[in-house]
Design a protein around this ligand. Sequence first.
Ligand code: NAD
Ligand code: IPM
Ligand code: MN
Length: 350
Amino acid sequence: MKQTLLLLPGDGIGPEVIAEVTRLVDLLAPDLQIEEGLVGGASYDAHGTPLTDETLKRALASDAVLLGAVGGPKWVGTARDKRPEAGLLALRKGLDVFANLRPAFCFPALVSESSLKPEVVEGLDIMIVRELTGGVYFGTPRGIDEKGGLRRGYDTAIYTHPEIERVTRVAFEIARGRSGRVCSVEKSNVMDSGLFWRQEVTLAHAELGAGVDLSHMYADACAMELVRAPKQFDVILADNLFGDILSDEAAMLTGSIGMLPSASLGAEGTPGLYEPVHGSAPDIAGKGIANPCAAILSFEMALRWSLGRAKVADALFAAVGVALDKGARTKDLGGELSTREMTDAIIAAL
Ligand code: NAD
Ligand code: IPM
Ligand code: MN
């Protein structure tokens, strides 16, 4: 049976970068059955909801889902549960992709693009494992209301034992394939959910952590250490919110957020969700200058993690490195290539 890849280009630069990925699919995996659907603002405009049941059903029936980006100024005033971002959250929850892998890898050619000194980022290779379907993103109660004459807004940061254990297990497995080091971050000094996170990760380590060297750090200290001495980290394990923030920070170490892919994985045998870490970049949408590397490398991760094609993935990853070595740069990397020309350079390197 053919493997199926569902493309959900989304909004803003999403369709621009996904269009480039389809050129690589044609070249590297022409046997894949490609399907396409709407998500985010594009789905809201067409169907009045940022994710239809039908699209979620198709996602669940695929081998992998590749999403561009969602959101933009057009939908800012929309009710929260109808906003493009709500569609993305519903897709993550619906696919139950609880482990979000966000590599921060500094390509040798981009060492000088980082805002940090070359010696600080040269050879940088971090994997952030972000819990993706729990925590304050989904906790209840939440809302904006009035109580005792006071207007207020609130969310609930909550984690259960199985939620922490399953993502910790993934972080340990990934660390075993790397240096074996995992740094778990939280705010156990102020938050009960953070204290519980540390206790659970420690327990999981005692039970499942053979060969893993586990350390803990407060999230604020981790944010600081990431810019002071990022190479001390190998795998960083974080909850949904801290993982979101720290992965954007780590992105900038590598030169541009336009470089960073992600993989979101659920239980064995269920479809993975692949998406660039960046958003819909409304400021450059429609100009044809977005960096396609994050989307292309997200496809690379799909080949590796969901489609069982590690060799092809290796070749694609190497081609991105060669294109960069030869000086291929989009505007965010200080160059002048268009989205399409950047992809041309990667294809030429293949
Ligand atoms: P953003 O990532 O869209 O943009 C931040 C900055 O990075 C902008 O200056 C943008 O031009 C630049 N940038 C991002 N991707 C780039 C690329 N591939 N090439 C070159 N430059 C790139 O973040 P934002 O501005 O905070 O958010 C814009 C919208 O995107 C919001 O609606 C937000 O909610 C949404 N968003 C979506 C996702 C997602 O779909 N996964 C992720 C983050 C933000
Ligand atoms: C990301 C984004 C999303 C998040 C938004 C758009 C819902 O920032 O993928 O990092 O906060 O998870
Ligand atoms: Mn984010």
